[in-house]
Ligand binder design. Structure first.
Ligand code: ADP
Ligand code: MG
Ligand code: ZN
Length: 479
């Protein structure tokens, strides 16, 4: 059977580090990049005789994410102890949730070539992160850094509803957009604050029984997610085609060699002896918390994208860029209040603003001018008192110094003459001075118009509104 006759099936498990100031069960800071073992205490070091104290913010973030993903939120969820040994986990167990997670049965809508599709979310639970083993700092020794031990994570598990590596990447992008919009995660795959494991299986197309799945780890970019899944689909088809059976196992993506390789079998990995965490009571959620979180949910990226298309008449790709980042979308809407033409504004943000931000490696939050000032600048372009190219210079100056646009325009003498009477006066002078060209034009040599426009612009020291100059010239020439 050729590979096209197999249906890939994919389910994703995402671990998202929560943007809380302190850890899940102690008050140690979660700051990234501190010297090793600086943010540790008896609780996250796993000393005997200490007790975990739940960080309420983590619960709020979990509920926020669950509601945004249209999950059912459990009024009573239960902490579980997952037992395994690893050097970066001093307690010898991880506190997580197991059979009664905080959120279940959600949905995430993704884009596919065939249109929008819903991927079901199986569950979302809270758990603590492990520390980090450092293998390359010291020859012949591995070191352990426990700054990350106890940092709160959300694990977000999809149903096996995803059907291709492209869909997997779309799902991850959509999920990342949501958690970043919610302010619960920074969405960084490369630094590992948004991590993904992919479960992959194949079955003959049309089959009702899912194949045996393999779990892929170490997928720290969207590109690797796609490459690893495609590699794994081809590998599994080959195994089946040669009469073999896919082993249920965990495989690691090797980016150097562009292949997956076996890491561990499932039997040993699964012996976690989960049991209810004896140091923490079941977690009861109050209605007040759910209400508060529900009413404070921001508009999410997908509905906002749709609204940008319908309300502002933006093309889809532009709306995608603008809503891709919440701060940029907020900024667009703040300026849109001050302009007549939201499309011009969108192009301006996408072109000039994003370009300057990138060149200066600057953040939107650090802009020196107000949305109203940018609105004022675009208003001058709309009114024809400033040319689009002069507006770019003014904008660059506003970007650097934060000066008001009208001050920059006045100082640089950039204002454009859009007064009809003033333009007509100059046009009449020019026509009187160029009888030869006027005759040529009237005899049908229309390209002479360019010369006449040039003469008018020169007389106006480049400040004539070009559209107006053209229009007045033509009407005076009898068109
Ligand atoms: P575990 O607890 O061992 O990780 P789960 O049953 O919770 O196993 O499934 C983990 C992930 O694997 C989920 O995202 C689920 O959608 C996915 N999954 C389950 N069965 C399959 C399958 N046959 N093919 C692909 N993915 C699968
Ligand atoms: Mg799992
Ligand atoms: Zn601590």
């Amino acid at each position: 059977m050729p590979i096209e006759d197999f249906q890939p099936v994919i389910g994703l498990e995402v671990h998202a580090q929560l943007l809380t100031g302190s850890k899940l069960f102690c008050s140690c800071a979660t700051t990234f990049g501190a010297p090793p073992n600086h943010h540790v205490c008896p609780v996250c070091l796993g000393m005997p005789g200490v007790l975990p104290v739940l960080n309420a913010r983590v619960v709020e973030f979990a509920v926020r994410t669950g509601l945004a993903l249209r999950c059912e939120v459990r009024r009573t969820s239960v902490w579980a102890r997952k037992n395994y040994f690893y050097p970066d986990m001093p307690k010898g167990y991880q506190i997580t949730q197991y059979d009664q997670p905080i959120c279940e049965h959600g949905v995430l809508t993704i884009d596919t070539p065939g249109g929008e599709r819903d991927v079901r979310i199986r569950r979302i639970h809270m758990e603590e992160d492990a520390g980090k083993s450092v293998h390359d700092a010291h020859a012949g020794a591995s070191l352990v850094d426990l700054n990350r031990a106890g940092v709160p994570l959300l694990e977000i598990v999809s149903e096996p509803d995803i059907r291709s590596s492209e869909e997997a990447a779309e799902y991850l992008k959509a999920l990342r957009d949501v958690v970043v919009y919610l302010g619960v995660n920074d969405g960084n795959l490369e630094e590992g604050s948004f991590r993904c494991d992919a479960n992959v299986s194949v079955m003959p197309r049309g089959s009702a029984t899912l194949g045996t799945r393999v779990e892929l780890k170490n997928l720290n970019s969207f590109r690797f997610v796609r490459l690893a899944i495609d590699y794994e689909i081809a590998r599994q088809v080959e195994v089946l085609e040669s009469g073999g059976k896919v082993q249920q196992e965990t495989r690691l993506w090797d980016a150097q060699r562009s292949e997956t390789r076996a890491m561990r079998g499932k039997e040993e990995a699964h012996d976690y002896r989960y049991f209810p965490e004896p140091d923490l009571p079941p977690l009861h959620l109050e209605d007040a918390l759910l209400d508060r979180v529900a009413t404070s949910l921001p508009e999410l990226p997908r509905p906002r994208f749709r609204r940008f298309v319908s309300q502002y008449g933006l093309p889809e790709d532009t709306a995608h860029v603008l809503t891709g980042e919440r701060a940029l979308a907020d900024y667009f809407e703040a300026v849109a209040l001050h302009v007549k033409d939201p499309k011009r504004l969108a192009n301006w943000l996408q072109g000039e603003l994003l370009r300057l931000l990138k060149e200066e490696n600057a953040l939107l939050s650090a802009l020196r001018f107000t949305p109203a000032q940018l609105g004022e600048l675009l208003g001058m372009v709309e009114a024809g008192t400033l040319s689009a190219s002069a507006a770019k210079d003014v904008f660059a100056e506003m970007f650097r110094t934060g000066r008001a646009p009208r001050d920059v325009v006045a100082e640089k003498g950039l204002a454009q003459e859009s007064d009809v009477g003033a333009v007509e006066a100059v046009v009449d002078q020019v026509l009187a001075a160029c009888p030869k060209e006027v005759a040529q034009y009237q005899a049908g040599k229309k390209q002479v118009l360019g010369f006449l426009v040039g003469q008018v612009m020169r007389a106006m020291k480049g400040k004539g509104n070009p559209a107006l100059v053209n229009q007045v010239l033509k009407s005076r020439l009898g068109e």
